[in-house]
Write a protein that binds this ligand. Structure first.
Ligand code: ATP
Ligand code: MG
Length: 431
């Protein structure tokens, strides 16, 4: 093969695209219930936007960005995440003057130069959600409840881990403590952590190297350094999630605190969370959704002081662990050599649409060899073949052949009757 897709990219083939769409549809449905509005942002932005928002000390800016000069020598970067672009658009388009909170979401491809493996790609897709202008803990609590129901609906086996990093003051005190604690171990740490020690010591807790983790295990945790306002918030959140009740009394039972949880981006404060799949298939890449609060980012990017909160879910990882809830459509081949069939086909679509189910019709006009067509329909996993040929036209009846049970029925030409007959037939098979 001469041409192959670039390393770390993949094609989403028709056999997987139904699941892919289903995941987006489930998110869309729940996000609309919670009054989120959809928006699109560019795939590339000025490089500086990501340097400033994601942060110079993050892995993304340090080693994962796809950055290039365009023909006018401007430095542009393929978006590694969506938050920065949404905030840029929020400020630039005056959304900051709209009544708060402004609740936005988007989905699409992101780009990071990483080592490809199962669940980790160089072009991957996220569903990204942001709430701007809401200071109360409702962002945290609502979003976790919503995500809980989304992942249950998708049939995923997961757990939710939460933590608080504290406000600027808390993090400053922790940073001082943690630098002192780790100073004596510096020579034993991985190279990444040596850099993090200077730039952003909090991120050392996120290190994946086991030996480093063992060193950090003996240190105090960020929650022990929370300022009074941060502590109050954290206690309120834990109470609202029922973490002071017994597990059985909680609405959400698979939620736990993880005092080591910090996020890979620089802009978070106070609440952070990760939703982790328990499925073996993802191994080291088991985080399917992650996010937190970022109260300084909008101002940091030149907008008015605005509290922020957001999260992103990775579609490729979700596709790998989504088990249930794939609604089966009914698909059929319509075989006909009669010119009225085009009207019949569009009437059937209209009727099925009104009945609220999806009908996929593949029309085969003027078929040459009927038995070959049936064979091909079987290969394509069709549910039915409908015949409207000379005989059917003469008798003003349509023939419906069920490819699973191999039974044939006749039906009037009325599209409503045809749809009713197919639905009834289909329910009988399912039962
Ligand atoms: P990780 O620790 O796995 O690298 P991250 O902290 O870099 O994740 P975020 O920036 O928080 O990830 O992105 C949110 C979600 O997007 C992740 O939980 C994951 O599901 C997905 N994601 C991130 N990077 C990739 C990638 N390279 N390929 C596929 N999905 C990804
Ligand atoms: Mg990463």
């Amino acid at each position: 093969m001469k041409y192959q897709s670039p390393r770390g990219t993949q094609d989403i083939l028709p056999k997987d695209s139904q699941k892919w769409q289903k995941i987006i549809d489930v998110f869309r449905k729940h996000l609309e219930y919670y009054s989120f509005q959809f928006m699109e942002i560019p795939i590339f932005e000025n490089t500086e936007l990501f340097q400033r928002s994601v942060g110079e000390s993050s892995d993304i800016v340090n080693k994962e960005m796809y950055t290039f000069l365009d023909r006018s020598e401007r430095s542009l970067t393929l978006r590694p995440e969506a938050t920065a672009g949404i905030i840029r658009a929020y400020i630039e388009n005056g959304l900051s003057r709209e009544p708060k909170p402004v609740k936005l979401w988007t989905h699409g491809p992101m780009f990071r130069y990483e080592r490809p493996q199962a669940g980790r790609y160089r072009q991957f897709h996220q569903i990204d959600v942001e709430v701007l202008g809401e200071n109360s803990v409702s962002c945290e609590v609502e979003s976790i409840f919503m995500l809980y129901h989304i992942f249950i609906e998708l049939g995923i086996d997961f757990r939710i881990e939460i933590n608080s990093l504290g406000d600027l003051d808390s993090r400053k005190r922790y940073k001082e403590y943690f630098q002192k604690y780790t100073k004596g171990f510096l020579d034993d740490l991985c190279n990444d952590c040596k850099t993090r020690y200077e730039q952003n010591p909090l991120r050392m807790l996120d290190c994946k190297v086991k030996a480093d983790q063992e060193i950090y295990a003996g240190a105090k945790k960020p929650y022990e350094f929370l300022s009074d306002p941060s502590l109050k918030r954290w206690e309120e959140i834990k109470t609202l999630f029922g973490l002071y009740k017994t597990k059985e009394q909680r609405e959400i039972q698979n939620i736990v605190t993880n005092p080591n949880l910090v996020r890979g981006l620089d802009y978070y404060n106070d609440f952070v969370f990760e939703i982790i799949s328990n499925d073996e298939i993802l191994k080291g890449q088991s985080t399917i959704c992650a996010g937190g609060r970022y109260d300084d980012l909008v101002e940091h990017l030149g907008g008015p002081q605005t509290p922020g909160y957001g999260f992103a879910a990775g579609l490729e990882r979700l596709v790998l662990v989504t088990k249930g809830a794939i609604s089966r459509k009914i698909s059929l081949t319509l075989l006909s050599n009669q010119s009225e069939v085009f009207i019949l086909e569009s009437d059937l679509h209209k009727e099925s649409y009104e009945k609220g189910f999806k009908l996929n019709i593949e029309l085969n006009y003027n078929p040459a060899n009927i038995s070959k067509q049936i064979e091909s329909a079987l290969k394509k996993n069709m549910d039915y073949v409908l015949f409207y040929l000379d005989d059917e036209r003469q008798n003003q009846k349509i023939t419906i052949k069920n490819l699973r049970t191999k039974t044939e029925t006749k039906c009037s030409l009325n599209p409503k009757d045809i749809i009713d007959s197919i639905i009834k037939n289909h329910e009988n098979i399912k039962a």
